[in-house]
Design a protein around this ligand. Structure first.
Ligand SMILES: [Zn+2]
Length: 385
């Protein structure tokens, strides 16, 4: 019988670890899974173990020389000088033991999710270990070595011949995926992110629309620092609806970075848990409308791993299983299990406190600016109608 959803996970995903002090910390997957278990929202039957990606699969996107360097780096066989040409051994993306194996495992998890959905065993699939959207063909960047979404999209094209809509709601621009498919008219990338004026990686302007035959299949929605829930959700909902109606995908792949939250230490957006309740529910609706439900979701950024990510990522699974949006107190068992480990006091409810922060004086101005950006970013789509 076809399942509603599968959750791709094994402890091996935790091997992707730069250091104990690095902001990218896969412990957030453990915290999320435990929250779902203690909320009685998931059982062991829902969990599928990831496989590792083969070299042949990585080569669908990545350059042979780069893969070779990553392999050697993880065995301590190259100097940081050589590594830095390939984006590894930097402050952002340091070398760590077995980095090739760990990175290939995250890619394999997303491929596992793809096969579950495309072979019809499950309607939806979630791999929180994936979402490494800054990885380039020949270079690591921004905490990302191999780009699981890029490899997964090439894999979907080759094995299943399907048109893919990639939707990226991480606070950072989904540059690695965008540039990999910039010339490809059969892959559409949509990224909503904090403007690159002050935030890594600096790209993602609305003028980045694709190239050659791929012109018009790359969409960017750069929003202002301090953007709040209403404006974020208005742009996300309008963008995904209009772009999906225009592109008519066969399958949707969503990247679910949870770093657009007010608490996130690396970005300047002012989202609350309200955006994370809605993002996956709207994605699911779109997948139902255009793709007979086919929807694969991956993780991504998210650097407040205690207060934000477990709740935010739980909402993806809850949307897949069509549970109602939960409210009220988090399970006591979960709070008790983790509260002494957390360096910050927990938010003890599914919702954020209201208000979560002091009012922003420039709210109207920011909302207005974002709305104008949306008009300009969608003009290609709107001109077709
Ligand atoms: Zn991010």
């Amino acid at each position: 019988m076809k399942k509603d959803a599968v959750f791709v996970f094994s402890e091996e995903q935790l091997g992707y670890s730069f250091s104990d002090t690095h902001p990218f910390n896969q412990k957030r997957i453990v915290l999320t899974l435990d929250l779902l278990k203690k909320s009685n929202a998931i059982t062991d039957k829902d969990i599928v173990k990831p496989r590792t990606a083969t070299d042949e699969e990585l080569l669908l996107v990545h350059e042979p020389k780069f893969i070779d360097i990553v392999k050697k780096a993880g065995k301590g066989l190259i100097s940081e000088n050589i590594g830095s040409v390939y984006g590894i051994g930097t402050d952002d993306t340091p070398i760590f033991p077995n980095m090739h194996e760990a990175s290939a495992m995250l890619v394999g998890g997303t491929l596992t999710a793809v096969d579950e959905v495309m072979e019809g065993r499950s309607k939806y699939a979630l791999n929180l270990g994936g979402g490494l959207h800054h990885g380039f063909q020949g270079k690591a960047s921004g905490f990302c070595v191999y780009n699981d979404s890029s490899v997964a999209i090439k894999y979907i094209q080759k094995k299943y011949g399907a048109r893919v809509l990639y939707v990226d709601t991480d606070a950072h621009h989904g540059d690695g995926v965008q540039w990999t498919f910039y010339d490809d008219p059969n892959v559409c990338t949509l990224s909503i992110h904090e403007t690159g004026r002050y935030l890594f990686p600096g790209t993602g302007a609305i003028t980045e629309r694709g190239n050659g035959e791929g012109y018009g299949t790359s969409f960017n929605f750069p929003i202002d620092a301090f953007t709040e829930d209403e404006s974020f959700l208005h742009i996300y909902k309008t963008a995904i609806e209009e772009v999906a109606a225009f592109f008519k995908p066969d399958v949707i792949l969503t990247q679910n970075g949870a770093d657009a939250h007010y608490f996130d230490p690396l970005t300047h957006l002012y989202g609350t848990m309200k955006i994370y309740e809605q993002i996956p529910r709207i994605a699911r609706e779109i997948a139902e409308r255009y793709c007979e439900g086919r929807w694969i979701a991956v993780g991504g950024g998210g650097y407040d791993i205690w207060r934000v990510v477990p709740r935010a990522w739980s909402h993806i699974w809850l949307a897949m299983k069509q549970f109602p949006i939960p409210s009220g107190r988090l399970p006591d068992e979960w709070l008790t299990a983790w509260h002494s480990t957390s360096p910050v006091p927990f938010i003890e409810t599914w919702e954020d406190p209201n208000p979560l922060y002091e009012p922003i004086p420039r709210k109207a101005e920011i909302t207005e600016k974002n709305a104008k950006m949306l008009e300009r970013a969608l003009h290609i789509v709107r001109n077709q109608h």
